[in-house]
Ligand binder design. Structure first.
Ligand SMILES: Nc1ncnc2c1ncn2[C@@H]1O[C@H](COP(=O)(O)OP(=O)(O)O)[C@@H](O)[C@H]1O
Ligand SMILES: Cc1cn([C@H]2C[C@H](O)[C@@H](COP(=O)(O)OP(=O)(O)O)O2)c(=O)[nH]c1=O
Length: 203
């Protein structure tokens, strides 16, 4: 089973992901961008570059996703493991959808849909996606505005895109209020995960 954590920078994904280690010692904990491959390194170089070409950046992230799928996600799912990923395809749909919408690099009617379509032929959709919902101002504050993606104004567009994704796929997404105390957020996420795993017989 593939479970992903999504949300704005600073929404608390990594905090939850790390806290789940103890509860699911046999699960495969992974993340995007990857942090153990040259594909991921290329992505992080792009994140640090304020003048990165938005289209090139989309394909760098997508290349990292392709490698992540073949090297980590697919083998783990074939073994029957539980995979918990801190960010996954929805991050591309929401973030690169927003970047392309705000740039005149390519003339696209619907940038988010364009990014979704690129993934269609090869990605593996998650079974469950926990969306940590947080307003862009608090998100930017918590994240410390250290890179170009962490500015509140940009995060507004990213959040709108996440909302579209939730609306299109209500069965896959579970929204969790990320303004709550960390312990409460973790309790809610653990509860959701437990009931989905029970339902799947994987527990
Ligand atoms: N529920 C919460 N309430 C307040 N602060 C939080 C909460 N969850 C995480 N934080 C803090 O916010 C910052 C960003 O959290 P992090 O888990 O790294 O978010 P993300 O991985 O989504 O960017 C960290 O300093 C973390 O301690
Ligand atoms: C996976 C992914 C991340 N990102 C962005 C979100 C983050 O600002 C940045 C790095 O991701 P990450 O290290 O997960 O940041 P954070 O822990 O603050 O959420 O990359 C995209 O724009 N597209 C993507 O496909």
């Amino acid at each position: 089973m593939l479970v992903t954590l999504e949300g704005l920078d600073g929404s608390g994904k990594t905090t939850v992901w790390e806290a789940l280690y103890d509860a699911y010692p046999d699960a495969v904990f992974t993340r995007e961008p990857t942090n153990d491959s040259w594909y991921g390194e290329a992505v992080y170089r792009s994140i640090e570059d304020d003048d990165a070409d938005p289209l090139a950046e989309l394909f760098l992230y997508t290349a990292d996703h392709a490698a992540h799928l073949s090297r980590v996600v697919e083998p783990a799912l074939e073994r029957g493991d539980l995979v918990i990923s801190d960010r996954y395809s929805d991050s591309r749909f929401a973030y690169q959808g927003a970047t392309l919408e705000r740039s005149d690099r390519v003339d696209l009617e619907d940038p988010l849909e364009y990014v979704v379509d690129i993934h269609d032929s090869f990605t593996i959709p998650p079974d469950l996606t926990v969306y940590l919902d947080l307003d862009p101002e608090t998100a930017a504050e918590r994240a410390g505005t250290t890179n170009k993606f962490e500015r509140a104004e940009y995060l507004e567009t990213v959040r709108d895109n996440y909302e579209r994704l939730l609306e299109c796929d209500p069965d896959r997404f579970v929204r969790v209020d990320a303004t709550q105390e960390p312990e409460t957020v973790l309790e809610e996420v653990s509860g959701v995960l437990e009931s989905v795993l029970e339902g799947s017989g994987l527990e």
